[in-house]
Design a binder for this molecule. Structure first.
Ligand code: GLY
Length: 368
């Protein structure tokens, strides 16, 4: 088995990402706990992966709990519940969590680890494509607040992240495809060659070839590790990773976090950002069409709510807001993005109203 090691450096510390097919069964030497004791928190939907991992941790487990993996469950109450269970088991500062699941689980467990006993170590084993390519990497942890997504949180980097593409085998087709949007986002903002490679691999990726998926995820992870190493707390370059997220978050909230998967909302957000990129950042029609075509081939995605009345209050609560508009990430060309400050709200709303993906391709495959 080929295993790739990618190091994300944060000051003196390292957050190490291991990538390989079949790595779950070989995770013992790669998960880190200073005491040698682990607290396993996994999602119900990740049970097949957890069943593969549990024997590896066996006698070093002091806690083994399952939690829900839906955005509605990403609350302070859920963090408090994890802390209760860990404290009841006598968790110590030198123990470490292992989070197995999608972005909700890694966000929750990472945040619990950040605040429990003023900080214990944690490891991530992402089982969704979005988790492998984005959410589990880079130390953002936290929960939602009734006034918005991810409003409470902390940067707390996992010591180790084990990425095994075979963990994604049990995902529904819809979850799998929507997660791919975050992986493509990574290559679009930073690496034209990786983007072209991913386009070539797309038929294999869509038919769930694990080697092809691993190639794309590995490119996205290396790009993200590089960006986060240079800007761990998102004061500059890391903001590029928010491509598609200004409207994406609003679309997701407008659907009550039920109608659209995160990646689907980001796909529509990217489609809208391409229009603004053409007007403000010189993105060519051809390149905008190429990105839209990939998104359409990842779809079909349910339509977002586009009404200005619904989206305006959601945009007004965005963390990226300033007095004169909202920051967004624009694509200058495939492989090069920049942050544009203060794009007027009216421009976002107009782009939201007209965001489109190629219709012929939208109906080519069946939604599941
Ligand atoms: N998901 C974007 C970031 O981690 O910065």
């Amino acid at each position: 088995m080929t295993v790739e090691r990618v190091a994300l450096r944060v000051g003196e510390d390292e957050s190490v990402i291991w990538l390989g097919r079949g790595l779950l069964e070989q995770a013992a030497d790669r998960l880190v706990s200073p005491s040698g004791r682990f607290l396993l928190v996994s999602s119900r939907s990740a049970r097949p992966a957890t069943d593969r991992l549990r024997p590896v941790l066996a006698s070093s487990l002091i806690l083994d709990v399952e939690i829900e993996d839906s955005e509605q469950e990403k609350t302070l109450d859920a963090v408090s519940e994890i802390a209760d269970r860990a404290l009841e088991k006598g968790v110590r500062r030198d123990d470490a969590f292992v989070a197995v699941g999608g972005g909700v689980v890694t966000d929750l467990v990472g945040f619990a680890a950040a605040i429990l006993l003023r900080g214990v170590a944690w490891n991530a084993v992402p089982t969704t494509v979005a988790g492998m390519a984005d959410a589990a990497i880079g130390g953002k942890t936290g929960v939602d607040h009734r006034l918005g997504k991810n409003l409470l949180g902390a940067f707390h980097f996992p010591r180790s992240i084990v990425v095994d593409p075979s963990a994604a085998a049990t995902l529904s087709d819809r979850d799998y495809r929507s997660g791919l949007v975050e992986a493509f986002k990574g290559v679009w903002i930073r690496n034209a060659k990786a983007s072209a490679r991913a386009e070539t691999l797309l038929p294999a990726i869509r038919s769930r070839d694990e080697e092809a998926l691993l190639e794309l995820v590995s490119d996205a992870v290396r790009i993200k590790a590089d960006i986060v190493s240079s800007d761990p707390k998102e004061s500059g370059e890391r903001r590029l990773l928010n491509f598609g997220h200004t409207l994406g978050h609003a679309f997701e909230a407008a659907g009550g976090y039920r109608e659209l998967r995160h990646g689907e909302a980001v796909a529509w957000g990217i489609s809208a950002a391409l229009t603004i990129s053409r007007d403000r950042a010189g993105l060519s029609e051809d390149e905008a069409a190429r990105v839209r075509e990939v998104l359409a081939r990842l779809g079909p995605f349910p339509e977002p709510v586009r009404s200005a009345e619904v989206l305006r209050p959601l945009l007004s609560r965005d963390k990226k807001r300033s007095a004169s508009g909202l920051a967004g990430v624009l694509l200058e060309e495939i492989g090069r993005a920049r942050v544009e400050e203060n794009v007027p709200e009216a421009e976002w709303l107009a782009a939201a109203a007209h965001a489109r993906l190629p219709p012929a391709l939208q109906t080519r495959s069946n939604p599941t």
